[in-house]
Ligand binder design. Structure first.
Ligand code: SF4
Length: 126
């Protein structure tokens, strides 16, 4: 399995509630794209991602950080993601990439500073 397929399998296949392997989307969310770019400069990231699991919905900590480094760079931020759409009420679930980062932070496998450094690299490419 190649590098990107492996990441997609972990991030989308295991963590994302919206992922449909039989449906190809013209655009993919920035959650996966961010992790693909970061893994190019940090190959151990895949091993860390293998340890993640879907966090329990608990208000999703790190919202300000992940909004800044992830969601605002996502093609679905303006339209297409209920999680960041203020007009949508009720329980909302983010994408698999977002959940992967929450899980990595929650398990202390990465620190917030690591994400800020990664964002300088990953978001400058996208
Ligand atoms: S939670 Fe929504 S806006 Fe944020 S990265 Fe995922 S799909 Fe994009």
């Amino acid at each position: 399995m190649d590098h990107e397929t492996n990441l997609k399998d972990i991030v989308c296949g295991r963590l994302c509630r919206f992922y449909r392997p039989d449906k190809s989307e013209p655009e993919s969310c920035h959650g996966l794209a961010f992790l693909i770019q970061w893994s190019k400069s940090y190959p151990d990231l895949i091993d860390l991602l293998e340890k993640t699991s879907r966090p329990e919905p608990c208000g999703y900590p790190y919202t300000r950080l992940l909004d800044r480094i992830l969601c605002r760079h996502c093609p679905f931020f303006a339209d297409g993601c209920d999680f960041v759409d203020a007009r949508v009420t009720g329980p909302k679930v983010p994408c698999g990439g977002y959940l992967a980062l929450v899980s990595l932070l929650h398990l202390n496998l990465i620190k917030e500073e690591d994400l800020l450094t990664a964002a300088c690299y990953a978001n400058s490419i996208n």
